[in-house]
Design a protein around this ligand. Structure first.
Ligand SMILES: [Zn+2]
Ligand SMILES: [Zn+2]
Length: 346
C-alpha cells in the first residue's frame, strides 16, 4: 500500500498550491468557544471558579451567594459587579480573574483546568479514537456525496451523520461499533451541556449537538435494537421513542444500502486511490504512525471505488475536521484530537 507520510512543509505547500486549503470548506466542523460572559449562568460558573481558586473563598459561601444572586441579575456583567462587591474584591481585580478563568470549563484548545498549555502527551485515548472514527466517517460521507454526485435530499450534515452511523453499525464488529457510537454520543452530549438547554440552537446547518446525539442513537437502534439498545440511555430515549426509532430508522439503512451498492470495491480489493498523510508536525504523528488507528481509517477509505485520489490528512493546528472538495482531502486537526482526549477524561 502506498501509504504516504510527507513532511509538513511539502504537504502544506502542495495542498495550498493545488487547492487553496485556506478557504474554509463548507463541511468543516468549527471548533469554537461557547462561553458568553453576558450570560448569567456562564458568568456564575466562571465567577465560582475565580472566587474559590483565585480569591480562596470557601465553597459554601460562594454557592450560597451565587445561587440567589444569579436569579436577581439579568446579565453577566451586573452579576460580576455584585459578586465583587459582596466579597470585598476590587471590581477590576475580579473582572481580570473572570478573564483568566473564562475557559476553565471549556474543552477547546487552551480551555480546561490547566488554563495554559494544551493538554496531551501525544497519545490518543481510546475514547478520542472512537469519537474520531465517527467524525472521519462523517467527513467521508461528504466526500462520497461530492465525488459520486450522490443526491442530497435533505440536510447534508444530517445525511453525513446517518452515513457514518450506517457504515459503523453495518461494517464494524458489534462491540467496536457500540464503543464508537457510545463515545460519539457522549462527546456530543458533553458539548450540548456546555450550553444551557434553553439556548440549544435550532438554527444553522448542523442540528444541535443533543439532536445529533439522539439521531445517531436512533439510527443505530433501528439497525440492531439488541446490539445497540444500551445507547438509548445516553440520550434519555423512552420505550415508545425506542419503538419509533426502530420503525422510521430502517428506511434509512435500506436507502444507504441501495445507494452505496455500486460504490464499493469488490470483496477483498482495496482502492489505490486513497491515501493517508500524517504531517510530521502533528503532535500525534508518532502515535498515528505506530498505532493501527490511522491505517484502520485508511482501510475504510480504500473500501470505496474512487475515480480520483482522496487523502485522509492529520495536521497540526487549530480547527476541527473537514472535507476539502478541491483538494479531495479530509483533514483532522490536532485541536480536535486534544478536545476529544480532554472529553474522555470527564
Ligand atoms: Zn459535516
Ligand atoms: Zn472557552
Amino acid at each position: 500500500m502506498d501509504r504516504v507520510i510527507f513532511c509538513a512543509a511539502i504537504a502544506i505547500s502542495f495542498l495550498f498550491a493545488a487547492t487553496g486549503l485556506t478557504q474554509k470548506s463548507k463541511s468543516s466542523e468549527a471548533i469554537a468557544c461557547r462561553i458568553d460572559l453576558n450570560n448569567v449562568k456562564h458568568m456564575s460558573d466562571i465567577a465560582s471558579n475565580a472566587l474559590m481558586h483565585e480569591f480562596h473563598i470557601d465553597e459554601p459561601k460562594v454557592f450560597g451567594f451565587l445561587k440567589t444572586a444569579r436569579k436577581n441579575h439579568d446579565d453577566g456583567k451586573s452579576l460580576a459587579v455584585a459578586t465583587a462587591k459582596e466579597f470585598g474584591i476590587a471590581e477590576a481585580d475580579f473582572l481580570a480573574a473572570i478573564e483568566a478563568y473564562k475557559h476553565v470549563n471549556c474543552t477547546h484548545e487552551g480551555g480546561g483546568e490547566s488554563k495554559s498549555e494544551p493538554a496531551g502527551d501525544g497519545t490518543i485515548s481510546p475514547f478520542a479514537k472512537d469519537v474520531l472514527f465517527h467524525v472521519v466517517v462523517h467527513e467521508l460521507g461528504h466526500a462520497l456525496v461530492r465525488e459520486f454526485d450522490l443526491p442530497v435530499l435533505g440536510n447534508e450534515e444530517t445525511l453525513a451523520d446517518t452515513f457514518a452511523t450506517h457504515y459503523i453499525v453495518s461494517r464494524m464488529p458489534k462491540a467496536r461499533a457500540s464503543s464508537i457510537l457510545k463515545a460519539r454520543i457522549s462527546s456530543l452530549m458533553i458539548e450540548a451541556e456546555e450550553v444551557p438547554r434553553n439556548e440549544w440552537t435550532v438554527k444553522g446547518e448542523h442540528n444541535s449537538d443533543a439532536r445529533r446525539a439522539y439521531q445517531i442513537a436512533a439510527t443505530a437502534i433501528a439497525y440492531d435494537s439488541e446490539a445497540f439498545g444500551s445507547l438509548a440511555d445516553l440520550v434519555e430515549m423512552t420505550g415508545s421513542e425506542f419503538r419509533g426509532a426502530r420503525d422510521y430508522g430502517s428506511e434509512l439503512h435500506r436507502s444507504w444500502r441501495r445507494i452505496l451498492k455500486p460504490l464499493w470495491m469488490n470483496d477483498g480489493m482495496k482502492s489505490k486511490e486513497a491515501r493517508l498523510a500524517i504531517e510530521d508536525d502533528s503532535m500525534f504523528a508518532s502515535a498515528l504512525e505506530s498505532g493501527d488507528f490511522a491505517t484502520e481509517l485508511e482501510a475504510v477509505l480504500r473500501s470505496f471505488d474512487w475515480h480520483s485520489q482522496v487523502t485522509l490528512r492529520f495536521a497540526s493546528g487549530d480547527g476541527g475536521a473537514g472535507w476539502n472538495r478541491s483538494a479531495r482531502t479530509i483533514t483532522v486537526y490536532d485541536e480536535y484530537v486534544r478536545r476529544f482526549n480532554a472529553q474522555g477524561e470527564k
